[in-house]
Design a protein around this ligand. Structure first.
Ligand code: HEC
Length: 406
C-alpha cells in the first residue's frame, strides 16, 4: 500500500490555501470597492468620511466609513485579519511540503547551483524574511511620500529578485518565490502594520482619547500596495503549471511584464469603483492586452539554443526514423522513466500527473506535453535531476516533430 503522503498533504494544503486566499482577496476587493464608492453628502454624522449604498443578497446595505474612528467604541466589531494569516500559513505549509520536503525535485537545480537541501531551504526562508524587511524599510523612508516612485522602486526590486533567484533556484521555484515574497509582504502589511495600528486606535477609543489620524493613513497606504500586488501574485502562483512562462531562459522579463499587466487591470476596477467614466476607463484593457501580446510574442521568441530541434528535424529523413525511435526511447527511459512509469523507481510514489512513458505508444500519446516540458522549456526533468543533456533534448524535439508535426 502506498499512501502517497506528500501528494495528500499537498492537495489538502493547496485546497485550504485557495479557500483562505479567496476569503482574503475577496474581502480585500470588497473593501477597496467600498472605499472607492464612498460619497460625501451634507448631514453625515460627525467623523464620517462618506457613505455608500449597496445592494446584495435580497437587501440593501447602508455603510458609513468613519475616518479614523467613531467617537465611541462600537459594541461589536468584526475584524478582518485571519483571512490573510490563514492564506500565508497554508501557503508556507504548502511551500514546505512541495519545495522544502521535495527540494531535490522542485527547489534545487544542480545545473544552476549545486546547493544542499539545507542551504536551499535556508536561502529560501532568508529571501522571504529579507523581502519583508526591505519593503518595510522602504515604506518608512522618504519614498512613502511619493506613490509613483515607490511603485517604481518595488518594480525594480521584484524584477531584480527574479533575475537574482534565477542564479540560485530552479526556474519553477523562482516564480513561486516571487509570488511567496510578494505574498509575505502583503501579509506582513496586515500583521505588522495594519492590525497593530488599528489596535492602537481601538485602545485610544476605549480610553476616550482622540486617535492619531496618521495611523489610518499608514494603513491605507499599505493596503493600496496590497491591492495592486494581488493580481501579479496570483499569476506567479498559477504559473507553475505553465513551463513556457517560468521555463523561459529570460523569465525575469516575464515577471517584468506581468507586474504592470496585473496592476493596470486592478487599476481599471479601482477607477470604475470610484465612479470614473469615459476616457478614464478606456485605456486600461487595451494597455493590458497589448502588454499580454508583447509577453506572448516574447515567449514565442527564444534565444538560439531552442531553434535546434527544428533544425535537427530538418536533417532527419525517414530512413533514420526507426533508429531515432530506439534512441529516443532509451533517452526517455533513462531521463524520465525513474518518475514517469507505472513503476517509478525513485523520488515519486506514482507517475506525476499520471504521465507514463513505459512504451513508445505512451510516449507518442504524450508527445506534445513532452515538448512543452522538456524541449521548449527545461522544466523536466525537475532540477535536471537525471542530467538530461542538450543533445538529448534536441533529439527528443526532433522525434516529437516527426511524430506530431509542428
Ligand atoms: C525526478 C522525477 C521526474 C523526472 C525524472 C521527470 N519528471 Fe516529469 N514530472 C515530475 C513531477 C513531480 C511532475 C509534476 C509537476 C507539477 O506538479 O507541476 C512532473 C510533470 C510532468 C509533466 C506534466 C504532467 C501534467 O500534469 O500535465 C510532463 C509532461 C512531464 N513531467 C514530462 C517529463 C519528461 C518528458 C521527462 C524526461 C525528460 C520528465 N518529465 C522527467 C517528475 C519527474
Amino acid at each position: 500500500m502506498d499512501l502517497q503522503i506528500t501528494d495528500w498533504l499537498s492537495l489538502t494544503l493547496r485546497w485550504a490555501h485557495i479557500i483562505a486566499g479567496v476569503g482574503w482577496i475577496g474581502a480585500s476587493f470588497y473593501f477597496m470597492a467600498l472605499d472607492f464608492s464612498l460619497r460625501h453628502r451634507s448631514g453625515l454624522p460627525h467623523g464620517v468620511k462618506g457613505e455608500s449604498w449597496l445592494v446584495h443578497g435580497g437587501g440593501f446595505y447602508h455603510v458609513q466609513k468613519y475616518m479614523v474612528a467613531p467617537e465611541e467604541m462600537p459594541k461589536d466589531l468584526k475584524w478582518f485579519q485571519w483571512e490573510s494569516y490563514a492564506t500565508w500559513l497554508t501557503g508556507f505549509a504548502l511551500m514546505s511540503v512541495v519545495y522544502y520536503w521535495q527540494a531535490d525535485i522542485y527547489l534545487i537545480d544542480r545545473s544552476v547551483l549545486a546547493l544542499s537541501k539545507l542551504q536551499a531551504v535556508g536561502i529560501s526562508v532568508g529571501v522571504l524574511v529579507a523581502s519583508w524587511l526591505i519593503y518595510d524599510a522602504l515604506c518608512k523612508s522618504p519614498l512613502k511620500e511619493n506613490q509613483t516612485a515607490m511603485f517604481a522602486v518595488l518594480f525594480v526590486l521584484i524584477v531584480g529578485a527574479a533575475f537574482g533567484l534565477g542564479e540560485i533556484f530552479s526556474a519553477r521555484a523562482v516564480f513561486l518565490h516571487i509570488g511567496a515574497m510578494i505574498g509575505t509582504i502583503m501579509t506582513g502589511n496586515v500583521f505588522f502594520v495594519i492590525i497593530p495600528n488599528q489596535k492602537i486606535v481601538v485602545a485610544d477609543l476605549k480610553e476616550r482619547k482622540i486617535p492619531n489620524p496618521e495611523f489610518g493613513k499608514i494603513a491605507k497606504l499599505r493596503s493600496t500596495h496590497n491591492n495592486y500586488l494581488t493580481l501579479p501574485v496570483l499569476f506567479m502562483m498559477i504559473s507553475n503549471h505553465y513551463p513556457m512562462t517560468f521555463g523561459h531562459p529570460m523569465n525575469w522579463i516575464v515577471v517584468a511584464l506581468i507586474l504592470p499587466i496585473g496592476a493596470v487591470v486592478r487599476h481599471y476596477f479601482n477607477a470604475h469603483d470610484s465612479g470614473v467614466h469615459g476616457a478614464g476607463l478606456r485605456w486600461q484593457w487595451p494597455t493590458a492586452s497589448l502588454l499580454l501580446l508583447i509577453l506572448m510574442a516574447f515567449v514565442a521568441w527564444r534565444p538560439a539554443a531552442n531553434e535546434t530541434p527544428a533544425q535537427a528535424a530538418a536533417t532527419t529523413n525517414d530512413q533514420q526514423v526507426p533508429d531515432l525511435n530506439d534512441q529516443v526511447f532509451a533517452i526517455v527511459q533513462q531521463r524520465c522513466g525513474v518518475c514517469h512509469s507505472a513503476n517509478p523507481t525513485d523520488f515519486v510514489g506514482a507517475a506525476p500527473g499520471g504521465v507514463e512513458y513505459d512504451t513508445l505508444d505512451l510516449m507518442k500519446q504524450h508527445a506534445p506535453q513532452m515538448r512543452v516540458q522538456a524541449v521548449i522549456s527545461q522544466a523536466m526533468p525537475p532540477g535536471n535531476l537525471t542530467e538530461m543533456t542538450e543533445e538529448e533534448r534536441t533529439l527528443l524535439g526532433a522525434w516529437i516533430e516527426n511524430e506530431v508535426g509542428e
